[in-house]
Design a binder for this molecule. Sequence first.
Ligand code: COA
Length: 349
Amino acid sequence: MGRFLVLLGNFQFHELLESRGTFQAEGPVPRRSLAHRLWLILDAGALWDTKLRKIQYKYSSGDSCRDMGHSYSIRLMKEGDAHRSVALTNLMNWGLEVDDFSFMMQLEPKGCFVAVRGDDVIGVTTSISFGPIGWIGNVIVEPKERKKGVGAALVSEALQHLKAEGVATVGLYSYWNTVSFYESLGFKADRNFSWLVCRKASWKGKSMTNLDSRDLQVVVIFDEQCFGASRKRLLKAIYHSPIGICHAILEGDKPVTYLMATRSATSGEIGPWICLPGREEDGFRLVRALGKELLGREVHLGVPSDRVDVVDLLSSLGFVEDFPVVRMVCGPVPPDWNCVLAIESLERG
Ligand SMILES: CC(C)(COP(=O)(O)OP(=O)(O)OC[C@H]1O[C@@H](n2cnc3c(N)ncnc32)[C@H](O)[C@@H]1OP(=O)(O)O)[C@@H](O)C(=O)NCCC(=O)NCCS
């Protein structure tokens, strides 16, 4: 693609050009200064790149960042950080355990980050790449360290990692009150979801046997057609986990719907739950069949808020909304995710 240089000297003009996605500034941009010179490079179609670079200008330049004289740095998460990461996420009652961070580090060792000041972990985030689609989650900063650029630096680091892995579209689930935080980092609100909870599962349904491991491959392919990228690594890990459950309905060797869930002694999480449009009755059978396996547990799942049929079914089983979230996307929106009845998780899409 052809590139040429333009010399300009107006900050607002730079913002305007960047927001159109065709220009990106090269070199540091003094945000508050009005009298400065900007080198802009034409690079049509590079909106993703532009957004990423915009973040980099603000927060990067090596590993160490400075705020009001105190420095912190972003580095890869290590096993030893998991306890502190759990303590941070407990502030938001996300219900994560050390194993959850270990799982993320196994899945994406170069995509989990912590912000540290001295020896203290002051923020975390995790990410995962599925070829063209990537996901960011678990973004949290120690309360007294907020509004100093730490959260943006963590998300920026995750975006850089995902881009290096070849990801074109990055998604995440945001609370309503953090939408503008992610917007400032280049994300756009895409669809509303509801995080539902059933405090004590007590519904009944006809039990089903777990998916035969020989059929896992066709489920993985089916999932890729619906989600837009292969989640083989993740689905295999859930399937083979001692806490994993997987049910599917196949016609011949073609799945029409499948569902995965995980359960501990006291809780369960359902997702992904995927179903061909028009085959929802089959999809609903899968959830009902979980009644026995999740009996007495607190169960969570995230569903598209506009899927009234799904929300109605789950209400009839005792689910209520815990909180709403907004799916936000940076990069081209994949064409059709309408067969996703429940997300895999808030942190992995
Ligand atoms: C959301 C969170 C991670 C932001 O971290 P942070 O370190 O405070 O964010 P930063 O200082 O990097 O802020 C970057 C920009 O976003 C803005 N911002 C930060 N938090 C915001 C919020 N909650 N709502 C709107 N804007 C926000 C900042 O003002 C800043 O804007 P600026 O560059 O124009 O000054 C932090 O508030 C947090 O841990 N919240 C609790 C956990 C949470 O809600 N996580 C998100 C899960 S979806």
